[in-house]
Design a protein around this ligand. Structure first.
Ligand SMILES: CC(C)(COP(=O)(O)OP(=O)(O)OC[C@H]1O[C@@H](n2cnc3c(N)ncnc32)[C@H](O)[C@@H]1OP(=O)(O)O)[C@@H](O)C(=O)NCCC(=O)NCCS
Length: 423
């Protein structure tokens, strides 16, 4: 049997055979054959927009790999900074390469004083930290004019390092401003996650000592969120980057996509749902309501995963470790009961609805003291590595500017009528 498809134009009777390569058929082949006929695919449900060597995801089997490495092994043995290097460079670093990478990132954690004083402090007192982050990242492009040199390898590498390094600083600064606390400068003697926790929580002590269990848990969450192939924000990154905009502007666009509740806000929705349920006794009624069509079980189901999200399994384990330090999040019992009932209920099993990454991550963040508004910000910090890996790959592929077609459904041509003559 040939590994190809045949398209026949019934208007002419002509056919074209197109090979199936890597699970896809090249649109260029059939669009030459069918000029002016567009493939209608809202939400890109059936469209592969690029070839990518970064992340492999099999939603049927519940598999996620970065550059070939299973997510379980990376979460168990690696660190976020090592994973960021892996995503961007394609291979794990040697000891020397890692030390140079860690040093570079650490030396770029500071932000220009004017970013803080003129931009961040210019926001309204109750500004949402994610809105502040999106704006501050975009503003960075005005500080680093060399960022426009996107085909100069040295410049490109420098912006990548700056972005990965400064994200936690901007994120913590946005939080501190929104709660009226003074800015905390980075402490370059600390590792990536501990430094972020220090910038978040330090008060008057000379040095903030993060609990190592919490630092590690955050680092694991950063690993799990570092990339997820062509999701909404990564697509935004690639689309904006395809116009050859600088990486700060493209990253700001990606972060803006992440701001939306359908993407970066689902774990917040889980916490709200669990809070509304309020007690384990109310779980059966809540499930019955969902089955009757009253809302959704937040943190369940996924566009791609049709089995247990592998990240959710790891997070569940991380949650246990965090709760040993912070005390159990009182919403955990409700979450566990929901999961237990849903996993044995025909409504959910027949639709292949399983817990996704967001089902437990919010519980961890909340137990660690992060306010709900910080949840998308916590997602943006590590996803920056994934966004940049895709941006770089897209530029190296010399990809075309993203410019989809549309099916026009508006009115036929008509003549302009002066305002006095309109009825
Ligand atoms: C993630 C999500 C948007 C994926 O949606 P999708 O792939 O477009 O799937 P659909 O919306 O077509 O849902 C398919 C069926 O499952 C049901 N379903 C999907 N997710 C559900 C959920 N969380 N709770 C209850 N029912 C759900 C739908 O009602 C639909 O049922 P039907 O066939 O009887 O109409 C969806 O599962 C969802 O809304 N989940 C909750 C929000 C969430 O956790 N988002 C984070 C994703 S990481």
């Amino acid at each position: 049997m040939a590994d190809s498809i045949t398209i026949t134009d019934n208007r002419t009777g002509e056919s074209v055979e197109i090979p199936i390569t890597n699970g896809g058929v090249a649109a260029a082949d059939w669009s030459k054959f069918l000029p002016g006929v567009w493939f209608y695919d809202p939400g890109f449900m059936s469209t592969a927009a690029c070839e990518s060597a970064i992340t492999y995801l099999d939603g049927e089997a519940g598999i996620l790999r970065y550059r070939g490495y299973p997510i379980e092994q990376l979460a168990e043995r690696s660190s976020y900074l090592e994973v960021a290097y892996l995503l961007l460079h394609g291979d794990l670093p040697t000891a020397d390469q890692f030390e140079a990478w860690r040093h570079e990132i650490t030396m770029h954690t500071f932000i220009h004083e004017n970013v803080r004083k003129r931009f961040l402090e210019g926001f309204h007192y109750d500004a949402h930290p994610m809105g502040m982050l999106v704006s501050a990242v975009a503003a960075l492009s005005t500080f680093y004019l060399d960022a426009k040199e996107i085909f100069d390898p040295a410049s490109r590498n420098k912006q990548i390092i700056r972005l990965i390094a400064k994200m936690p600083t901007l994120a913590a600064a946005a939080h501190r401003f929104s709660v009226g606390m003074p800015f905390v400068y980075p402490d370059n003697s600390l590792d990536f996650a501990s430094n972020f926790l220090s910038m978040m929580w330090k008060v008057a002590e000379p040095r903030f000592e993060a609990d190592p269990v919490l630092s590690r848990a955050l680092d694991v969450l950063f690993i799990l969120h570092a990339d997820h192939e062509q999701n909404c924000s990564t697509t935004a990154m690639r689309v904006v980057g395809s116009s050859h905009a600088d990486p700060y502007s493209a990253t700001a666009a990606a972060a803006a996509a992440l701001y939306g509740p359908r993407h970066g806000g689902a774990n917040e929705a889980v916490i709200k749902m669990l809070t509304e349920i309020g007690s384990i006794d109310n779980v059966p009624d809540f499930i019955a309501g969902v089955k009757a069509g009253n809302g959704r079980l937040q943190g369940f189901g996924h566009r791609v995963y049709k089995s247990y999200d592998p990240r959710a399994k790891i997070i569940k384990h991380t949650a246990d470790q965090v709760f040993e330090v912070t005390g159990k999040n009182p919403l955990l019992d409700i979450a566990l009961k929901l999961e237990e009932i849903a996993l044995s209920d025909e409504y959910f099993t027949s639709r292949r609805l399983y817990p996704n990454v967001d089902f437990y991550s919010g519980l961890i963040y909340q137990a660690m003291g992060f306010p709900l508004e910080m949840f998308p910000v916590l997602f943006a910090i590590p996803r920056t590595a994934g966004w940049l890996a895709h941006w770089q790959e897209m530029l190296d592929q010399d990809s075309k500017i993203a410019r989809p077609r549309q099916l026009y459904i508006g009115t036929e041509p008509r003549d302009y009528v002066g305002i006095d003559a309109r009825s």
